[in-house]
Design a protein around this ligand. Structure first.
Ligand SMILES: Cc1cc2nc3c(=O)[nH]c(=O)nc-3n(C[C@H](O)[C@H](O)[C@H](O)COP(=O)(O)OP(=O)(O)OC[C@H]3O[C@@H](n4cnc5c(N)ncnc54)[C@H](O)[C@@H]3O)c2cc1C
Ligand code: FES
Length: 326
């Protein structure tokens, strides 16, 4: 059967292989169209929907010990760390208490009465100060939502749903943890580095960036973590890319008991085929970053086929075992 559907944000004709999958996809798209139309036109619907999500997620808490809340948080600082990259600090005590490394929150990126962009945008919880009730988000300006977000000043209010998703798992036996990140994907790893250092693990972070401008500021990382930088142009650290540094990366992988990767899918594939150690079960995890519509398992648009079955990026991820997604 051929239907007209919304794929990667572009409407196009696609052929679906089986009647049951067809039914499923049709339902998904009817739901999505209904959601978009109603929320565009009706504030009460939007409010009800989000409150309903909140209640559902609260119920989930009793089953899965997860606390997900819709809250209004206040920006306490907004610092531009590079051109187009801002560190937003928010006072969000409930988020700070509940968040785990690798989890994210969905932030409404428009003024109170505005509806564009309609959908919330996902951001990793970049760091947490639980006692002070503070969280930070590292925002790279990409489009209109992030452009709006970085313009918000200290004292502005943000509408945030979170924490969401399934984050990094660090098994109790792990002593040496290797974190591998690329330029804009680094935000998935920073809270993990903070929490691993607090648990007295040895942490090494390898970051690749095109040039010095994309390098994550070392001052924002825990002083105890080793930080290795690779730039394509050699302006800082080693010259090359992550896949070219086979022997260097190999020695770090031999040292590590576990590896957590936040890189593009192409880089993950190349690393996976170059390093046997990354293919071991329970050794390597990776974050999957793709645009999310609802972010809380309701719309089913973020389905991902893995070797462990069909998963939702927002609910079962964004962190997955690396070998399951290769
Ligand atoms: C789980 C998760 C966590 C994330 N955490 C962070 C974070 O901590 N910091 C951060 O800066 N960004 C993060 N992102 C990416 C961020 O959500 C997008 O950059 C943001 O939604 C773009 O919104 P926009 O309105 O500015 O851009 P849009 O106007 O929506 O899009 C602009 C362009 O960016 C592309 N785009 C949108 N989302 C993504 C994406 N996820 N991956 C690749 N391309 C995309 C669009 O296709 C389009 O070409 C995360 C994404 C996910 C899925
Ligand atoms: S984004 Fe809606 S289910 Fe994942």
């Amino acid at each position: 059967m051929t239907i007209y559907m919304w794929t990667d944000c572009v409407p196009k004709f696609v052929t679906l292989p089986s009647p049951s999958l067809t039914q499923h996809v049709v339902k998904m798209h009817i739901f999505r169209a209904f959601f978009v139309l109603m929320s565009r036109n009706c504030d009460i619907f939007r409010h009800t929907l989000f409150c309903h999500c909140d209640t559902l997620l609260e119920k989930d808490k009793h089953k899965q010990e997860k606390i997900v809340r819709l809250s209004t948080v206040i920006i306490t600082a907004n610092t531009e760390i590079h051109s187009g990259v801002h560190l937003l600090e928010v006072h969000a005590p409930q988020l700070a208490q509940a968040a785990q490394p690798g989890q994210f929150c969905m932030v409404r990126c428009c003024d109170t009465l505005a509806t564009d962009p309609l959908l919330r945008r996902p951001f990793f919880i970049h760091s947490v100060q639980r006692r002070q009730g503070l969280c930070t988000l590292l925002v790279h300006v990409r489009g209109r939502g992030t452009a709006w977000l970085v313009k918000q000043q200290e004292g502005a209010l943000l509408d945030v749903l979170g924490p969401l998703g399934h984050g990094w798992i660090v098994r109790p036996a792990v002593r040496n943890l290797l974190l591998i990140g690329e330029e804009e994907y680094i935000a998935a790893l920073t809270f993990l580095a903070q929490s691993a250092i607090e648990q007295e693990l040895a942490v090494t972070i390898i970051q690749h960036s095109k040039n010095a401008v994309g390098i994550y500021p070392p001052a924002l990382l825990p002083a105890e973590a080793e930080y290795q930088v690779i730039t394509s142009d050699g302006s800082v650290g080693l010259q090359g890319d992550l896949t070219g540094q086979v022997s260097k990366l190999g020695s770090y992988l031999d040292w590590a008991d576990a590896a957590c990767c936040s890189v593009s899918h192409e880089t993950a594939l190349a690393l996976y085929s170059a390093h046997e150690r990354l293919r071991l079960r329970h050794f390597a995890q990776a974050a999957v970053l793709r645009p999310l519509v609802c972010g809380n398992g309701a719309c089913l648009t973020c389905q991902l086929d893995t070797h462990a079955g069909s998963k939702l990026v927002c609910r079962d991820g964004p962190v997955f075992e690396l070998r399951d997604i290769m």
